[in-house]
Write a protein that binds this ligand. Structure first.
Ligand SMILES: [Zn+2]
Ligand SMILES: [Zn+2]
Length: 152
């Protein structure tokens, strides 16, 4: 549960995500700003998987609660600072300074119900996902993209 900060009447839900070995733990509180799937080449290479399930949170909703010293950062571009555990190599989250949001990998959040609303960077997809959700060629306009749509 969130402590300190502004005293909201309703307690906000919190969820925790850990790296592969458990040395690093982060906690998110409240609601994700955007949830979906990213098909970009960088997520594919970083995760060694065709799709990254993302949940984007405001920076102040994300807290490192364990193993901060074990958390490494690599940024191939200025847009994405990818964070991983130096002990096990497990990926934890990616900071997006331009968006002022942090992607905590949805499949790591325990007890969290991922509610995807869109697919991003579908132009570089490796697999098609015919789930009826909007498919953006890059990103929605509100996240700094062209907003261009592609078929399912
Ligand atoms: Zn680890
Ligand atoms: Zn991506």
């Amino acid at each position: 549960m969130a402590e300190g900060g502004d005293a909201d009447a309703e307690p906000q839900a919190s969820y925790r995500a850990g790296c592969f070995c458990g040395a690093v733990e982060v906690e998110v509180t409240g609601k994700a700003m955007f949830s979906g799937y990213c098909h970009c080449a960088d997520c594919q290479a970083w995760s060694a998987a065709p799709i990254n399930a993302f949940s984007l949170w405001k920076s102040d909703s994300v807290r490192i609660i364990k193993g901060e010293a074990e958390l490494g950062t690599y940024n191939k571009t200025e847009h994405s600072y990818r964070k991983f555990c130096k002990r096990c190599g497990g990926h934890v989250m990616t900071e997006h300074p331009r968006m002022r949001l942090i992607d905590v990998y949805a499949n790591l959040l325990r007890g969290y119900q991922h509610q995807p609303t869109l697919h991003a960077n579908y132009a570089s997809k490796m697999v098609s996902v015919r789930d009826g959700l909007p498919k953006y060629a890059d990103l929605p306009a509100e996240l700094g993209g062209s907003g261009e749509m592609l078929p399912d």
